[in-house]
Design a protein around this ligand. Sequence first.
Ligand code: NAD
Length: 257
Amino acid sequence: MARTVVVTGSTSGIGLGIAKAFAAEGANLVINGFGPADEIEAARHALEAHGGKAIYHGADMTKPAEIADLIAAAEKTFGGLDVLVNNAGIQHVSPVEDFPIDKWDQIIAINLTSSFHTIRAAMPGMKAKKAGRIINVASAHALVASPFKSAYVAAKHGILGLTKSVALEVAEFGVTINAICPGYVLTPLVEKQIPDTAKARGITEAEVKSDVMLRLQATKEFVAIEEVAAVALFLASDAARQITGTHISIDGGWTAQ
Ligand code: NAD
């Protein structure tokens, strides 16, 4: 039977790539995120090319009631939820003393607290079925820091703590929960921060790519969206059933140093 997969923040970038990878295996998908309605509808339609069904839910990841409704819609439409991918995320780059308070709150809400809400809503169903896979898209910034990203680094470090704690709670219920820690992947989220990073550091945009983003990535290459999606598929596979409460880095060697 086709698995049901929820991917938050899947109208773009890594989330859309993960949704595509599960769809290619015939899974039913619930996609989520912002963007032009016609583009979202085209993405949703394309996800159905392999035989699974795809629905869109527009829950705002800063709104707990909307997040609960997203999980309820997945369970109601498809009769249960097999894989939850917490991926929605935003970034803001600024020295800490100038960091806008509303941006701090938004980043903590979307990049950390929304995963608490999705997990909280999905867990009763997963426990009852004695099966479930939760995959949190964290970051190399869950393990190491960079300056000017205080909220993002705090949220991503937090998601690893959430991953470990929940893993211990649900391990005997057939539910695993892990994080993926990518290095830099060239998505809209990264493209948008290039001008701000250039400004904050007083360097050119080309230097941001070569001297900041890829400086610590030993391969000197961006990670591909499809490579992150392949790790998500693996963590959701039978082969990964004893992997829980941990992370897999996919960062071109960044955090080896
Ligand atoms: P992206 O900007 O391409 O996609 C982000 C997605 O989140 C979009 O679908 C957007 O609509 C959605 N989103 C944003 N705010 C939302 C909200 N309030 N409610 C619902 N959806 C919302 O970014 P991406 O690079 O694909 O990032 C995806 C995840 O991967 C994030 O958690 C990010 O921190 C993480 N990540 C990215 C990189 C990278 O280099 N791109 C590296 C490590 C980790």
